[in-house]
Design a protein around this ligand. Structure first.
Ligand code: ATP
Ligand code: MG
Length: 352
């Protein structure tokens, strides 16, 4: 019996609705599959916790998390009660940084039965590997002068280590998929960092002769997401480019409530963290209509991370059956509840 110890942080808002839904699916999957057990330990760290204790998690929070095989997180943030910079930096970003989760993986795929703006939604099935620790989101720079001479300088930081590890991750992922990596660049407009990015990409690709490659400027690439999605398998992108591309991916899939993500620690020193792309959605919290698919697909990514791809793929297959059958929450154009979608996924998993 394989056993996985998982730290569960439902967090705020609909995180408290979709996380239990995903845990139900994971338990059902384990039952059906046999030979696997999940031990979930739940932590109430959230904005509510902050209001009681003055911090998002206890002082030894990171030490506690360190012992787990993975962290499964819902959403963090309730800007009406706690400013975002406190809630995000006090939990989410703290974990990402301290646990060296340097890669952010975001798959995007159009499921049957969902409404996408694409002409041929079936062609849209890709993964963005986003560099998660440096690049354009750096703290290097500053502002000087006032008035008409005022000026702001923002430096992007691209290290060889950081760039190369994101690219290698993309190539290894592509080897398990359709064998193609696209590099998102902009070396015709950005003077230093992007030519460097291209150089590293051209070096790294020599080590993966079985993987086909393309290097495309980010502006054209964004347009091709919509007009020629069949050209993409794995895309490797800097922190900013990856961020923008994956929101576009969510829109193309039909709802942000579907999009999954994983923050991966590569050196094995710390656990990785699995959290969907969407936030706490305070506007729909408590109504029982949150789309659980993003969180459930995120659970599938956690299974992949554990090497349980076969089981993960079963979950993905069942998700698509359910959308195709029209069991959809309102954001997907249906009228089903979180509970109904989850129940239908579990029922079909058992019937596999
Ligand atoms: P954050 O800053 O945490 O990303 P946000 O307010 O920018 O939060 P979301 O919380 O993701 O973004 O919400 C954006 C919109 O998408 C909201 O209208 C929300 O109701 C909707 N939404 C997000 N996730 C879901 C979901 N799982 N099911 C249904 N609707 C969702
Ligand atoms: Mg947001």
């Amino acid at each position: 019996m394989k056993k996985f110890e998982i730290a569960v942080i439902p967090g705020d808002g609909i995180g408290k609705e979709v996380v239990p839904a995903a845990l139900t699916v994971l338990n059902t999957a384990a039952e059906v599959h046999g030979g696997i057990r999940f031990d979930f330990t739940e932590f109430p760290w959230s904005c509510d916790y902050y209001l009681k204790h003055g911090q998002m998690m206890p002082d030894d929070g990171l030490q506690i998390l360190q012992g787990f095989d993975a962290i499964f997180l819902g959403a963090v943030g309730n800007p009406r009660l706690v400013p975002d910079h406190i809630s995000l930096w006090g939990l989410l970003i703290k974990i990402r940084r301290e646990f060296e989760q340097v890669i952010n993986i975001r798959p995007a795929k159009c499921f049957k039965g969902l409404c996408s703006p694409l002409v041929n939604p079936n062609d849209f099935d890709l993964i963005v590997v986003r560099e998660n620790s440096e690049g354009e989101y750096s703290e290097v720079g500053g502002r000087i002068h006032r008035g008409e001479d005022e000026l702001a300088i923002q430096n992007a930081v691209f290290t060889r280590k950081g760039t190369e590890r994101a690219m290698r991750y993309a190539f290894e992922l592509a080897q398990k998929r359709r064998g193609h990596v696209t590099s998102a660049t902009k070396s015709n407009g950005i003077f230093h960092s992007m030519p460097f990015w291209d150089e590293v990409f051209n070096e790294v690709k020599q080590d993966y002769p079985d993987v086909a490659t393309a290097s495309i400027h980010i502006d054209a690439l964004a347009a091709f997401f919509v007009t020629r999605p069949q050209m993409f398998d794995v895309i490797v992108a800097s922190n900013l480019f990856g961020d923008i591309l994956t929101d576009l991916g969510g829109a193309i899939m039909g709802s942000i409530g579907i999009a999954p993500a994983a923050n991966i620690n590569l050196n094995g020193k710390y656990p990785s963290m699995f959290e969907p792309v969407h936030g706490s959605a305070p506007d729909i919290y408590g109504k029982g209509i949150a789309n659980p698919i993003g969180q459930i697909w995120t659970a599938k990514m956690m299974l992949d991370h554990f090497g349980e791809e076969e089981l993960g793929n079963k979950i993905l297959k069942v998700i698509e059956e359910v959308t195709e059958a029209g069991v959809k929450t309102p954001d997907m154009g249906g009228s089903a509840s979180t509970r109904e979608v989850t129940g239908e996924i579990c029922r079909r998993l058992k019937a596999l």
